[in-house]
Write a protein that binds this ligand. Structure first.
Ligand SMILES: C[S@@+](CC[C@H](N)C(=O)[O-])C[C@H]1O[C@@H](n2cnc3c(N)ncnc32)[C@H](O)[C@@H]1O
Length: 401
């Protein structure tokens, strides 16, 4: 405890996964009872640990499947935690750890040495887009690029698409949930060129807007995206996509764009495929009220069920990471990857019914007993997905309330 590396302030040693890390002692930056990781000289957020566990396992699942991950870029690395964990735990070959802040680079180098990884981790102190543009022009391109910014990732997507190899991976975080979930609609239109929606399933729409944005950016360079994994945790959404070359593939990828509809009066919701966008429907087909519309967004699958199963296998073998939270997250993701889009919440069902909230667990069981696909969703503790139509769902919710 208490090691002082001059301009880095007070540091403490933590263990995350198999990595030992020196990170800022966040208690030294508290204002009253509140502390923001951004207030420390170098960023480290313990609340994002679950997200890093998932990403470590995802890359391990790729390596286990024989995928080439010899060179991975942790583009906005801060303490180096992601890149170092990919080296130690996902068994990728080499990692570039990059950050524009020289203090972060100093800490990454210390952390690489602490884990005996100096030989496989290259620390760079570059503006992210400069690094990506250099690699796009002169190579070597990256097998995977992790983009984990403050706020929106949009300023890095273009260059990352060009700096990743054909069939390589982009792992992208967005923490600007207010625009993406519709609380700041104008900001979402400005940044993502898409209209968001405040509705019971707006976290899923946030993922779909982010994927839609990446898909449209990629298509301009005749690149296609294939979503493998998507999730949301308290303050972020995260997507893993494969990027593949080819005009026909890019067109196919664009065919997964479209619109989302929601009727606040009766709870109807749907996705409509079509790009260029179709003329939006105005009227709810169920109750004739005015529909809310969001998009353009990704209306195709946001998970590859086969990949999520491989992620689950990687988790089962990584016993050092076993925890109730991670286990529940991964098993929910697996069920969700096999169940229809656009979840419902028991909160909205109780409002529609004018009754108390049914238990989501009991409602899922009731739906399954009737032969429908149904599962809880990690997007919302009160949420569930089902293949049942809304009338059946309401009927069963009334019985369960
Ligand atoms: C959210 S933090 C990264 C957190 C880290 N990936 C983790 O898991 O702990 C974002 C980092 O990006 C760096 N950064 C911001 N803009 C940058 C840019 N244009 N080029 C390079 N680094 C940048 C910041 O210095 C900061 O360390």
């Amino acid at each position: 405890r208490g090691t002082n590396l001059s301009d880095l302030g007070e540091l403490v040693e933590v263990r995350e996964g198999l990595a030992r890390l020196l990170v800022p002692d966040l208690s030294k930056y508290a204002r009253g009872r509140h502390v923001e990781p951004r207030w420390a000289p170098v960023f480290y957020n313990p609340r994002a640990t679950l997200s890093r566990h998932l990403d470590v396992l995802a890359l391990l699942a790729h390596v286990r499947a024989g995928e080439r991950l010899s060179l991975v870029c942790d583009l906005l690395s801060a303490t180096g935690v992601r890149g170092l964990r990919y080296l130690l735990e996902s068994r990728v070959g080499e990692a570039v750890l990059n950050d524009a802040d020289p203090r972060a680079c100093k800490l990454m180098a210390v952390n690489a040495a602490l884990n005996g990884l100096e030989g496989r981790a290259e620390v760079l102190n570059m503006e992210a887009n400069v690094l990506l543009s250099q690699r796009a022009a002169r190579g070597p391109k990256f097998d995977a690029i992790d983009i984990d910014p403050f706020g929106a990732p949009i300023s890095f997507i273009d260059a990352a698409l060009k700096a990743v190899r054909n069939r390589g991976l982009l792992l992208i975080t967005a923490t600007d949930l207010a625009p993406l979930m519709g609380a700041k609609e104008a900001a979402c239109v400005r940044k993502y060129s898409a209209r968001p929606m405040r509705c019971p399933f707006s976290r899923e729409l946030a993922v779909r807007i982010l994927l839609g944005y990446v898909c449209r950016q990629a298509a301009r360079y005749e690149l296609a995206i294939e979503p493998l994994l998507s999730y949301s945790l308290s303050h972020l959404v995260r997507v893993h996509v494969r990027v593949a070359r080819g005009a026909a593939r890019a067109d196919e990828s664009l065919s997964n764009l479209g619109l989302a509809y929601y009727c606040a009066r009766c709870g109807y919701r749907s996705l409509e495929r079509g790009y260029p966008l179709p003329r939006p429907a105005a009227e709810c087909p169920r109750c004739s009220s005015r529909l809310s519309v969001a998009g353009p967004l990704w209306v195709g699958p946001i998970w590859d069920p086969e990949f999520v199963r491989r992620l689950e296998c990687a988790y089962e073998e990584a016993s050092y990471l076993h925890s109730a939270a991670l286990s529940s997250m991964i098993s929910q993701l697996r069920s969700e990857s096999e169940t229809p889009p656009l979840y419902y919440t028991v909160e909205e069902l109780s409002k529609l019914l004018g009754t108390s909230e049914p238990s989501p667990r009991a409602l899922v069981e009731a739906l399954r007993a009737e032969g429908f696909a149904a599962c809880r969703t990690h997007f919302d503790p009160k949420g569930l997905r089902t293949s049942a139509d809304l009338d059946t769902l309401i009927y069963l919710a009334r019985l369960s309330a």
